[in-house]
Each structure stands twice: as structure tokens, then as C-alpha cells.
Design a protein around this ligand. Structure first.
Ligand code: GLA
Length: 740
């Protein structure tokens, strides 16, 4: 049984083969945390882990008792008042203005499997043996309010999921001002915090810093999860590397404004919280109303950062992504954005698709510019019907021609946005989210539709439904190209404005859900100016995401390396684009561009007809190679071996589930002269199996490849224009295919 309740000590122990999570109901009726980490043997009484200590000035709960103080006890879901002076998980105000609540244990239930969360993404299982769940019901009797804490542990993965629900039964209203999804109080602060930060076109760069006293956080107040700070943080021990050591990762299944913070108190306790960002959040509950938070996921690893990432990857592939494409190889696509931008018509599109079909590419994606009066980015958003001056036969006619060539057909949309120069805006100016007393900001000349209003979501659904119903569309790229700056809904009363940001995201999820239900075979790829909404919440709806608008292979090393900390290669949109690259104007070899993009949801983003015959042949071979190995690339166990943030050489690899095939990607950014010998120690192989290595007549056993390493240096010294496999210079790469 992964969840045990020991009634004599009121202790809950969630455990599987690798992790334990333990808490107990304290003397005052509130849940107190005892342990989170590597698996412990189960027993009735863990109360020795409850550290009570007499400390000067501490607010104490019981008269005559100087030990029991919530300022120091570790808690499951702390509140303001009763002595805890750190950030609360939840802050609620009563009608009399007081913030004091006390939620005490009432009951609990333990059951196999896991329930879904209404209107929100959540991990799930087909087979109820894969997960076990616990609900702990607490109550504040004075206000007649219930707080339910939800926990799920995966049977075979080092994963715990948590969220919380508040149900108000009292007569007078209460107002939530902060309601985090989870809280974990770790007993020490000897951790480095890793975060994935960046900006447009340099998303999810890895940075790490030792924890220090006080609050350190990542967050978004932009209305999407953001390229600035991904909704994720990890804590790792100083000595933890990619392949060994202790670490834990935390992420939130949410796509809106969020906060993830670690607060180190003056006794070195590290309090980790994740949830909806409390700024501009306010939610009043009348009698009978409830509020449920998004879900947070914790992963624990004793096998280094790769162990953490692999657990996230498995969890997301098996228990987050839904629908037809779950665990399926992703179609190799060609997207026309960098090939044409807005400048296309039906004939040009068909010509690009025909060349792509000859190379074996499976899906054509028509990007921005096909609808309304959309000939540049100043107009047209909101008018979801074909621009017949570009596409005389509409979307139905074009999709028919693409299918006749033997390809699937995909379409770009940006349903949450509107340009003022559009029929939609002219008909419904009040649907834009702005405060009409001020001049609003635009972003890329566009405004945000108020998705907190049901009628707006209904209207957009109907327009899209009309396009999809009449055409054979197999894929949708759902974009979102601006941050939100004036979150105000003209349909909400003044006391309901604090709900708008969250209700907006619920509206986005609702539109996704409705389209998914009606068109279950469409593959969705999410996008937000590249990778600004690359989060676990989105993956519940869209099985893949456009990783970054930066398609340069060398830049992508950092972006994909960082993204892989949490997200599996199966979901990382990765394309081969033209040179010079459109973002950094760099020339990289065609094989390096593909060798990077193979480790993802692979595709092309250029006009293949502009390539030489030799290059076209190279593309044809790349596509054939990807088709042969894509399951290993997309669903294999992924190992990061050498970091682009620390070295001139990046190395990563994917190993098939049965360990019979492994593909090592080796990338050298700048050439060096007269370097020494180099070997890279591989990981995840079968140590007794003998592997052949492509391009060599070498056969080496897995143990040697993991202990001594794979020889990656070549015989050239970098002098006199010597080449290796016909190439040398900067930006070279090689793929080693190992087969046993
Ligand atoms: C965003 C996306 C791009 C492309 C353009 C179209 O920037 O990230 O891939 O779709 O929009 O306008």
C-alpha cells in the first residue's frame, strides 16, 4: 500500500520503492510535516522527527508549554496567525476584517487511482494501480469553512502531486487573497536552487544559486507562464551532478500568472510553495461556494538531475498528455512561417508542400496570415475565416490539395487575441481586456480578448468550429503572442476583478477542452511567441509546444538542454531552418541543424525548393533516419552528459526502453586547435550488451562505454584544413547510433 495511516499517532506515510512523504496531525489538530526524501521503512510512530525546541520570543500555542510553537514546527499548509510568521500557504479574510483561521483535522480518505480536477489540468492514470490518493479534510469551525488537502503518490515513479480546495459553508462571506497549491518545509537549506529563466528567443536557460536566508522566487505576472521564468524550480545538493546525487524538482500544472518560492527562515528551514500568483488575486466565497487550486508536482531523485528529469518525462508522457498522440511518434512537419512569413498564396504553399512531400515529410503546417485581412501583424486577428485573395479555395480547398499530395494538414491560430483593425473588434470592442479610463498597452499591435467571459469563448469556439468542420485539419498550432498588461474585465463587478486572471486561464483551458472533445484526432501544439507558455498545464491539452522562435541550432543547444530539465523531447517542437539563420544570422551545417532538432518533435521551417539538389537529398536522408529512430529520440530515456552552459561541447543521449539502441548527440560549438584526446562517459546502457557504433567497425560493451567512455575526439589537429568525415570548423556535430 503506498499510503498508510497510523491511527495511534495520526501519521500519514506516502511511500513507494524510492520515496517517503510523512506528516502527522499535531496536538492542535493541524497537519505537521515530518519528512520528505528517500524511502524510509514504514512504522507506526515517526514522532521523533517532530522537532520541538524552546526558542526565545517564539509565539507558543499552549500555556505553560514553551516547546509547541508554529513558528518552528514544520507544516503542511500554514496559515497566518497562531504563531507562524513565515509566508502562509493561504491567506483569507473574514467579513470582520480578521485574517485568523484555524483548520483542524476532521477526516481523511485513501483510495486507489486519482480524481481529475474540474476545469484544470491534472496528472491522471488509466490503471488505478499506478497511483494512490489521499484527501485530508480540515475545518475551521468558527466560520464553517472546510479545507481539503489532496495528495497523490505514483506507485512506480518518485512523484507526489498536491493541491487544495476550500469550501465555505458559513453565512458570512470569506475572501481568499492567497491560495497556494502546496507547501513543503524542508529541514535544512544546504541546497542550490535551479531555475529556468530567459526571455523571448532564449527560453529556459539554466541557472543555479545557493539558497540564502529570506525569500527567493520565480514567478510570472504576465498572464502566461512566461519565457522569463518557467514554473519550475529544483533544489539540489552541492555535490549533485547530472548523473549522481540528491535533488528535488517542483512544478505547477498551470499556464497563468504563478509564484514558486523558497523561503529560508532563520533556523535554516526551507519552505517551498507553488501556486497562483497572489498579487491581483482575490476570490470571495459566499455560502456553499468553493475554490480549487491548480496542481503542483514534486519529484525526488537520488540519481542526479537526470533522474529528476527522467521522472518528469515519464510522468508527463504517461500520465499528463492525453488523446490520440499520447505515447505516439510525432509527425515530421514542415511549417511555412520562416519560409514565407505573410507573403504567400495557395500556389506558393502547394509548391512548398510538394517539395516537402518528396522528401518524405508528413505534415504541412500553414502558419500566420491565412485569415481575415491578415497581410501583416497590424490586422486580422479575431477574424477566423480564410483570406480568399490568398487562398481562393479557402482552408477546405487547400487542405484537400495538401492531402492529395499525401500529407496531413495543419493550421496556425491565435484565438485569445484581436487586432483593433478586425471585424471582431469592430463588432465587440467591449470584449477586449482593458481599463477604458486609460490608454491600453498593445503588444505586437494586438489586444487580449476577455476569456473570463463565457460568451467570448463561445464565439471563438463557434468561429473555429466552422473552419475545422468544413476542412480536413489534422494539427493546430495555437499561438499567444503577447503578455497581459491591463487585466480588467468590463463584465465583472468591482468585487470580482481579482478573479479575472485565473478565470481567463480557465477560459483558455475550456476552449482547448471543447476543441479536443469535438476533434479528438487533431494534434495541438501550443506556442506563445515561441516558448512563453511551455508549461506542464498546457501539455494536458497540447501534447507538444513550440520550444522557441530561435531556430538556430547552436542557440537551441542551450534552450533544449534547459527545457529537458522538466519536459520530454516528445513535446519539444524543434525545426531545421534556413541559413543564415533568421534570428542570429549564423551559418551552421545542415546536418548540425538536424542533429539538434532530432531530439524533439522534429520538423522543417524553410522553403525546401530553394535548396540545392545535394541538400534536398540530405534532407530526404534526415527524414528517413528520423522515421527509423524517432521513437528513441522522442520517448527514449534522455540523459544530459555535457552542458552547453559550461562547455564548448554539448553531449546528450537517448536510450530505448529495452536499452538495445542509444543515440548520442555530440555538438562542438567552436573549433579548437591541436586539442587532446577526449572521451565521454555514456549512461543508461546495458553494461553486458555489446554495442556496434555507426560509421565504425567498433563493437564495445556497455560497461566500457559507461566507465571508460566513447571516444569523441577525432584524429585531426585542426591544422591545415584537415577534415573529419568531410567536415570541420565551427558548429560541427555527430550522432553516434549504438545498437546491441
Ligand atoms: C509567433 C510564433 C511563430 C509564428 C509567429 C506568427 O511568433 O512563435 O512561430 O507562428 O508567431 O505570427
Amino acid at each position: 500500500m503506498p499510503i498508510q495511516y497510523h491511527s495511534s499517532t495520526k501519521t500519514f506515510h506516502l511511500y513507494n520503492d524510492s520515496i517517503s512523504y510523512i506528516f502527522m496531525i499535531l496536538e492542535n489538530g493541524t497537519p505537521g510535516q515530518l519528512y520528505y526524501g528517500s524511502r524510509l521503512s514504514d512504522k507506526e510512530d515517526f514522532s521523533e522527527l517532530l522537532e520541538m525546541k524552546r526558542r526565545a520570543n517564539a509565539p507558543c500555542t499552549y500555556e505553560g508549554n514553551l516547546l509547541f510553537s508554529l513558528e518552528h514546527l514544520k507544516q503542511e499548509y500554514p496559515l497566518y496567525g497562531h504563531g507562524d510568521l513565515r509566508y502562509p500557504a493561504c491567506s483569507i479574510q473574514k467579513e470582520n476584517g480578521s485574517y485568523i483561521f484555524e483548520f483542524q483535522y476532521v477526516s481523511h480518505s485513501i483510495y486507489k487511482g486519482k480524481n481529475r480536477i474540474k476545469g484544470l489540468p491534472a496528472i491522471w492514470c488509466e490503471n488505478s494501480d499506478d497511483m494512490e490518493s489521499l484527501e485530508v479534510v480540515l475545518e475551521d469551525q468558527r466560520t464553517d469553512t472546510q479545507l481539503t488537502l489532496y495528495y497523490t503518490i505514483c506507485t512506480h515513479l518518485p512523484v507526489i502531486a498536491r493541491h487544495a480546495l476550500i469550501l465555505h459553508n458559513g453565512q458570512s462571506s470569506i475572501t481568499l487573497q492567497r491560495m497556494m497549491s502546496c507547501n513543503v518545509d524542508l529541514i535544512d537549506d544546504a541546497w542550490d536552487m535551479i531555475q529556468l529563466s530567459g526571455a523571448w528567443s532564449r527560453e529556459r536557460h539554466v541557472s543555479s544559486t545557493p539558497l540564502r536566508p529570506g525569500v527567493q522566487s520565480v514567478y510570472s505576472m504576465r498572464g502566461h507562464s512566461s519565457a522569463q521564468f518557467n514554473p519550475f524550480l529544483a533544489l539540489k545538493r552541492k555535490e549533485c551532478s547530472e548523473t549522481a546525487g540528491e535533488c528535488m524538482g517542483f512544478t505547477l500544472l498551470y499556464s497563468g500568472s504563478y509564484l514558486a518560492q523558497v523561503e529560508v527562515d532563520n533556523y535554516h528551514v526551507s519552505r517551498v510553495q507553488l501556486g497562483i500568483h497572489p498579487d491581483c488575486f482575490e476570490w470571495t466565497l459566499q455560502q456553499g461556494e468553493s475554490f480549487e487550486t491548480p496542481e503542483a508536482v514534486y519529484v525526488y531523485s537520488e540519481h542526479g538531475l537526470n533522474g529528476m528529469s527522467q521522472a518528469f518525462h515519464k510522468l508527463f508522457n504517461h500520465h499528463l498528455v492525453r488523446g490520440t498522440y499520447r505515447l505516439q511518434d510525432r509527425p515530421i512537419l514542415i511549417n511555412n512561417w520562416e519560409a514565407t512569413y505573410f507573403d504567400f498564396d495557395e500556389e506558393k504553399i502547394v509548391r512548398i508542400a510538394e517539395t516537402a512531400a518528396k522528401a518524405g515529410i508528413e505534415l504541412f503546417v500553414l502558419d500566420d496570415g491565412w485569415f481575415g485581412n491578415r497581410n501583416d501583424d497590424h490586422r486580422g486577428l479575431g477574424d477566423w475565416y480564410a483570406n480568399v485573395s490568398k487562398l481562393p479555395h479557402g482552408i477546405a480547398g487547400l487542405s484537400e490539395r495538401i492531402h492529395a499530395i499525401g500529407m496531413k494538414f495543419g493550421l496556425w491560430i491565435e484565438p485569445e487575441m484581436v487586432n483593433m483593425d478586425s471585424d471582431l473588434y469592430r463588432a465587440h470592442p467591449e470584449w477586449v481586456m482593458i481599463d477604458p479610463d486609460y490608454v491600453p498597452c498593445h503588444g505586437r499591435n494586438q489586444y487580449v480578448l476577455d476569456f473570463s467571459r463565457r460568451e467570448v469563448v463561445d464565439h471563438i469556439f463557434n468561429m473555429l468550429d466552422h473552419v475545422l468542420d468544413g476542412a480536413d485539419v489534422n494539427y493546430i498550432k495555437w499561438d499567444m503572442n503577447r503578455t497581459m498588461s491591463e487585466v480588467y474585465s468590463r463584465s465583472h463587478s468591482s468585487d470580482r476583478q481579482g478573479r479575472v486572471m485565473h478565470e481567463y486561464i480557465l477560459g483558455v483551458y475550456d476552449l482547448y477542452e471543447r476543441l479536443m472533445q469535438k476533434y479528438p484526432d487533431i494534434l495541438f501544439e501550443s506556442c506563445a511567441s515561441g516558448g512563453s507558455r511551455f508549461d506542464a498545464g498546457m501539455l494536458y491539452y497540447a501534447p507538444q509546444a513550440w520550444t522557441s522562435d530561435n531556430s538556430d541550432a547552436i542557440e537551441r543547444l542551450k534552450i533544449q538542454y534547459g527545457t529537458s530539465f522538466v519536459y520530454p523531447p516528445s513535446c519539444m517542437g524543434a525545426h531545421v531552418s534556413a541559413v543564415p539563420n533568421h534570428q542570429v544570422f549564423r551559418n551552421t551545417p545542415l546536418n548540425t541543424r538536424a542533429n539538434v532538432a532530432f531530439y524533439g518533435a522534429f520538423g522543417y521551417e524553410l522553403d525546401l525548393s530553394k535548396l540545392s539538389d545535394e541538400e534536398k537529398e540530405e534532407v530526404r536522408q534526415q527524414v528517413a533516419f528520423m522515421k527509423k529512430y524517432r521513437h528513441v529520440f522522442q520517448y527514449g530515456t534522455f540523459y544530459r552528459l555535457s552542458s552547453p552552459f559550461e562547455s564548448n561541447e554539448t553531449v546528450w543521449m537517448s536510450v530505448s526502453e529495452d536499452r538495445s539502441t542509444a543515440i548520442v548527440g555530440y555538438y562542438r560549438v567552436l573549433n579548437e586547435v591541436n586539442v587532446g584526446y577526449r572521451r565521454v562517459r555514456l549512461a543508461g546502457l546495458d553494461e553486458n550488451a555489446v554495442y556496434t557504433i555507426n560509421g565504425t567497425d567498433q563493437a564495445t560493451d556497455g560497461r566500457e562505454l559507461m566507465k571508460a567512455g566513447l571516444v569523441i575526439s577525432d584524429y585531426t589537429s585542426g591544422e591545415n584544413g584537415e577534415t573529419y568525415n568531410g567536415r570541420n570548423g565551427d558548429f560541427i556535430s555527430r550522432l553516434y547510433v549504438l545498437e546491441s
